[in-house]
Design a protein around this ligand. Structure first.
Ligand code: ACO
Length: 520
């Protein structure tokens, strides 16, 4: 067959390609969902119990997609002591578009300047929340291909998820995840078993080029998500079953074969329903389920339901949520830490779930496990794939280092500042009115950013964006980075810090041309 691989190709592929290290960034401020329920005038419990969300991270006008990605990449490189020379490919997955031509990737190339390394393939990928997964697959495929030059690939998924006022607003969030990809990885992407489903739908899309807000058909988006999950799981299971058969194993693949199962998380309740749905898939696919006792006990009346009839079937949902409650606690609940505390980050959402699992379980609990990953992006594109964690959990092993690098995740989430819903709403208005303005100086305070956060300094008359970085040092009194950027209106939008924040003695700046402090 033309283009088919020679029989010996597999032998020469780099071994165990996957994620070597992972870094996550989220904004230092959030709005509490209990307070948001009151502010929005909805019934108590709608956002917290109904959607399963506790807090929602958001950005002022100081942060945009470029700054989020700059922050997370530099953090990954610094914390892992990696030289920019070692990167041969850089991919960005995002749906936060601030330029119809220039990619975020090329903005990130500013971080590479001192190294002199410009030999870096890859560019941006967009399809709603799926872009990060597409970028990861591109990176893994590159390492496994004839184009690979022996260096690492770097994958960045970042987004600012904001909605117009209304029912979708509490499902926002913001953040970025960076992943270093290479051979002999700690988190190995299993080969040949990805289950993908792509289809046309207008469930969530962004046709208005000057608005950050999407057009959303909430109910349709849930139906597309669940339908895609069914299709991807079915394809994944048949591919892995075929692999197992070659090895002489005739057992069907079930949810039990995942040590952990993570999902793109628009809101936590949908993830819990999704885990239940995988059990429903297993149940329907089982030729002879035991409905007398065990996990399928009492489910006999659902034996002949059709998956496509059950997206909003309350009886099916309730029964399988109950049946899968223990599986949810074992395999999925911990992965929702970032999602519950920061909201939907869009492309990084599922990788925030991965970070949560790595942060909350010990190397011993993770070693050798298969992590199922379901990635969904509206429009729509979805894949269910799996990661195999390396076996070695000894102190100093790559797994030990990876989990250690994320062990401060909960403390970082807890250290954020709570901002009143009225201030959050003002921020949304400010972003709405200033999004895409030229000759613009952002109004948000830079006082409360996490150390080492890149932020927008100004947008010039040609829409060129200039950034600075808050100090990575964490001592000394509060100090502004660039004097005039702290306008008097800033404090109206972001309240003063409750406690002293790190000293920012000097800014590192990046922009299309060098900007001196005096210019601001
Ligand atoms: N106490 C407890 N639960 C409550 C309460 C209450 N006081 N009030 C409502 N609820 C429950 C509802 O019963 C419902 O539960 P259910 O989903 O199990 O039926 C849940 O809270 C949400 O209430 P709804 O009335 O269904 O919410 P609404 O329709 O107003 O909005 C939606 C929900 C559609 C998810 C909306 O937030 C949205 O459009 N979000 C963006 C789209 C999205 O995230 N889609 C998911 C996939 S695509 C993507 O990732 C962007």
């Amino acid at each position: 067959m033309p283009g088919s691989l020679p029989a010996t190709a597999e032998a020469s592929w780099p071994k165990d390609v996957g994620i070597v290290s992972l870094e996550i960034y989220f904004p230092s401020q959030y709005v509490d969902q209990v307070e948001l329920e009151k502010f929005d005038g909805v019934d108590a419990g709608k956002y917290t119990i109904g959607l399963g969300q506790s807090k929602m991270g958001f950005c002022s006008d100081r942060e945009d997609i470029n700054s989020l990605c700059l922050t997370v990449v530099q953090r990954l490189m610094e914390r892992n002591n990696i030289s920019y020379d070692c990167i041969g490919r850089l991919e960005v997955g995002t749906e936060t578009i601030i330029d119809k031509s220039k990619s975020v990737k090329t903005v990130l190339m500013q971080l590479f300047e001192d190294s002199g390394n410009t030999d870096v393939e890859g560019i941006d990928t967009t399809n709603a929340c799926y872009g990060g997964t597409a970028a990861l697959f591109n990176a893994v495929n590159w390492v496994e291909s004839s184009s690979w030059d022996g260096r690492y690939a770097l994958v960045v998924a970042g987004d600012i998820a904001v909605y117009a006022t209304g029912s979708a607003r509490p499902t926002g969030g913001a953040g970025a995840v960076a992943m270093l990809v290479g051979p002999n990885a700690t988190l190995i992407l299993e080969r040949g078993v990805r289950g993908t489903h792509m289809q046309h739908a207008y469930d969530f899309y962004k046709p208005d080029m000057v608005s950050e807000y999407p057009v959303v058909d909430g109910k349709l988006s849930i139906q597309c998500y669940l339908g895609a999950l069914d299709r991807c799981y079915s394809t994944y299971r048949s591919k892995i079953h075929a692999q197992w058969q070659k090895e002489g194993n005739e057992e069907p693949f079930t949810l039990n074969d995942f040590g952990y199962m993570i999902f793109h998380s628009p809101y936590c309740k949908l993830v819990q329903k999704s885990l239940a749905r995988l059990l429903l898939n297993d149940f329907i696919g089982d030729p002879n389920p035991n409905t007398e006792s065990g996990v399928y006990g009492g489910l006999d009346s659902f034996r002949h339901v059709k998956l496509e009839d059950t997206y909003f079937d309350r009886d099916v949902e309730k029964a399988f949520m109950k049946a899968s409650a223990e599986l949810f606690n074992e395999k999925t609940k911990a992965s929702l830490l970032v999602s519950n505390q920061n909201g939907n980050m869009y492309t990084p959402s599922v990788y925030g779930c991965l970070a949560s699992v790595l942060a909350l379980y010990s190397p011993q609990q993770l070693a050798g496990q298969r992590i199922g990953v379901f990635s969904y992006g509206s429009g729509f594109a979805a894949t269910l794939y799996s990661i195999k964690v390396t076996q070695d959990a000894t102190p100093g092993s790559s797994l030990d280092k990876l989990t250690s690098s994320l062990c401060d995740l909960k403390a970082r989430l807890d250290s954020r500042r709570s901002v009143a819903p009225s201030i959050f709403a003002e921020n949304m208005k400010l972003r709405q009115h200033t999004h895409h303005l030229a000759s613009y100086i952002p109004q948000g305070s830079v006082d409360n950013l996490f150390p080492g956060t890149w932020y927008l300094v100004r947008v010039d008359e040609k829409h060129r964006r200039y950034y600075a970085r808050s100090s990575v040092l964490d001592d000394g009194p509060l100090e502004a980075v660039l004097e005039p950027v702290r306008s008097s209106t800033a404090s109206e939008h972001i309240p003063s810090p409750a406690k002293k924040v790190p000293r920012i003695p000097a800014a590192t700046e990046a922009g299309p041309v060098a900007v001196s402090n005096g210019e601001h």
